[in-house]
Design a protein around this ligand. Structure first.
Ligand SMILES: [Zn+2]
Length: 125
C-alpha cells in the first residue's frame, strides 16, 4: 500500500461516504438498485486504487519519490482553479459558433469545429 496515495484516496472516499450518508439520512434510504450502484462504484474505486498502486510501484523502481507525487497531485488539483481534491474539466465555447462545448469533446456538437482537446489514455474510461 502506498500510504500517501492511499490516504489521499481514502480521505476522498471517506468524505464522499460522509456526504452520501448525509443525503440518505436526510432524504431516503437506498433501494436495492441504488445499493448495488454504490457497491459497484466502491469496487471500481478499489480497482483504480490497485492500478494506481501498481503504476506507482513501477515509478518508484525508476527513482520517483513520494514528494514528487505529492507535488504533481497538488499541481493537478490546482489546474482547474480550486484545491478541492478534484480534477474537474470545464466546458468551453466553440470559436466558430459560440456554442457551449462539454469538457472532453474533440469537436463542437453543433458545427463540428475541432476543440483542440486531445483525449488522454484515461479519457472515456
Ligand atoms: Zn461550433
Amino acid at each position: 500500500m502506498i500510504p500517501m496515495v492511499a490516504g489521499y484516496v481514502m480521505g476522498t472516499r471517506a468524505s464522499a461516504r460522509a456526504g452520501a450518508m448525509s443525503v440518505v439520512a436526510n432524504h431516503m434510504t437506498l433501494t436495492g438498485s441504488a445499493a448495488d450502484a454504490v457497491a459497484a462504484l466502491d469496487e471500481r474505486v478499489d480497482r483504480l486504487l490497485m492500478v494506481v498502486e501498481a503504476l506507482w510501484s513501477l515509478l518508484c523502481e525508476h527513482g520517483y519519490t513520494d514528494e514528487q507525487l505529492a507535488a504533481r497531485i497538488k499541481e493537478l488539483d490546482l489546474a482547474d482553479g480550486a484545491a478541492d481534491g478534484r480534477h474537474a474539466q470545464r466546458a468551453s465555447v466553440c470559436k466558430s459558433c459560440d456554442s457551449k462545448i462539454p469538457a472532453g469533446m474533440v469537436r463542437c456538437q453543433i458545427c463540428g469545429t475541432e476543440t483542440g482537446f486531445v483525449p488522454g489514455p484515461l479519457d472515456g474510461i
